[in-house]
Design a protein around this ligand. Sequence first.
Ligand code: CU
Ligand code: ZN
Length: 251
Amino acid sequence: MLKLTVASLFVVCTSISSSIASPRSARIMASPLPFENEADVVLKAGYPGWKPTKFKRAPQPAQGRFLYYRQTPKVEKFRSAVHELYMRPYNYAKLDHHAVAVVTGEKVSGVVHFYQLNGPTSAVKIVGNLTGLTPGSHGFHIHQLGDITNGCKSMGGHFNPNQVSHGAPYDVSRHVGDLGNIKANSYGVANFEVTDRHISLNGINSILGRGVVVHAGTDDMGRGGNDGSLKTGNAGGRVGCGVIGISQPSV
Ligand code: CU
Ligand code: ZN
């Protein structure tokens, strides 16, 4: 996979350098660079053991755009290395992304929709309707796996590609999957609509194919003062879950 990507990078570079001989390309070369340092425009994590992302830029622009090769190192047991080939300014081929999870449990059922409508790095809107809960707050997370072979238990821990501690949705440092709590009314119904900027339907924080889990108890969002709080928020058992898949656009 890596070899293939590097090979295609080379092919594109070659075609770019052969195209710069034309007078039109020579004029484009005179235009200013889109960014002096590509790393400055990419979100940088700072967790312990973090390794910097590496960038390579093709030496010449093509039609006013520069080609980049971005290499994000793997995080042991959580994420394989990611190799991306892209151009800046970025032209978005597809602006809106839609995903859905059908949540089931012994008593809980419902649907959660995920919308990312303004390009691959935009915020994700989460709209859910769940029934069969006990009244009150329930921990609500994206878990690592979309595996329900053993019910919600096989969905693994919280989706945590940066290997940091559990937190609240509004914390800068948190599991990517930490969406806090949802609130069920006296009938056990939770209707909610929240927006999150950590999860994505694209790229290294993509939640597609992973699991959404609703818990029996309240997520203390890392403020419980014990080990469990920093891992799971002490949200208790898993009363409902669903696998997140690509859905039909439906806003
Ligand atoms: Cu959870
Ligand atoms: Zn968490």
